[in-house]
Design a protein around this ligand. Sequence first.
Ligand code: SF4
Length: 249
Amino acid sequence: MHRAATIYNAGVDAPNVSTARRRYAERLVAALRPARNLAGVAAVTQAAGAEVDQIVTILEQRARDEAGATLACRAGCHYCCTMRVTASVAEVVALADHLRRTWSSQDLEALRRSIEAYDRDVRENDPHLMSIYPRLCPLNAEGLCRVYAHRPLACRSFQSLDAEACRRRFIEREMVPVPQVTAIPAMSGTVASGLQDAAEYVRAGPRVVHFAPALGEALKPGRIKDWQQGLDVFGPYYLVSLPDHVGGR
Ligand code: SF4
């Protein structure tokens, strides 16, 4: 096994990380109560994304210094974008609101159509959504994530020390392990858990949802307003979170 794959908690600001879950839960609850405030939700999810990026940067450096290991992730490499992606409701709402404000109506409609086609295809082939299905995420275009700066925490924290292992695992569907710096998803998960705790606490939706179809729902006219008014918009997209080695993120 790659030595870097066994690095845990290596030198990261441990007190900061250990309180992250509570910090993000409290911040998001404040943005959701008494009214569901979109600007507040966006601010919390952006801060969460920046914190996860920082965790990745610090641990990548540690893996390099202590084990001579380098992450294989590069722009254009998108083997892992065939994995099913889970996200918190806050991440989905913040991204949908951002897209509605910044994309043209034609581009939004095209994205909604490709998400619907993706969802149909995935459900026909894997009705219980328990495995990875080799269908590229509808947010990916020509190998690049179209929402990179706003991508889910799960996407930010997935990394690999071996791109060939990713190709075999995610494209060829061979049951080979993908070596990782395991502390990265472990620590990033504390941030994600805070967002999930808050959604559960204020009954804003399930803890985690299937990212792309939930985003498609949020992009339908009026659905973010419905969610702000307390309707159960994301219940049908609830998804059990799977560990990376099973094929989810
Ligand atoms: S959101 Fe972006 S990074 Fe995540 S799976 Fe989709 S294309 Fe890949």
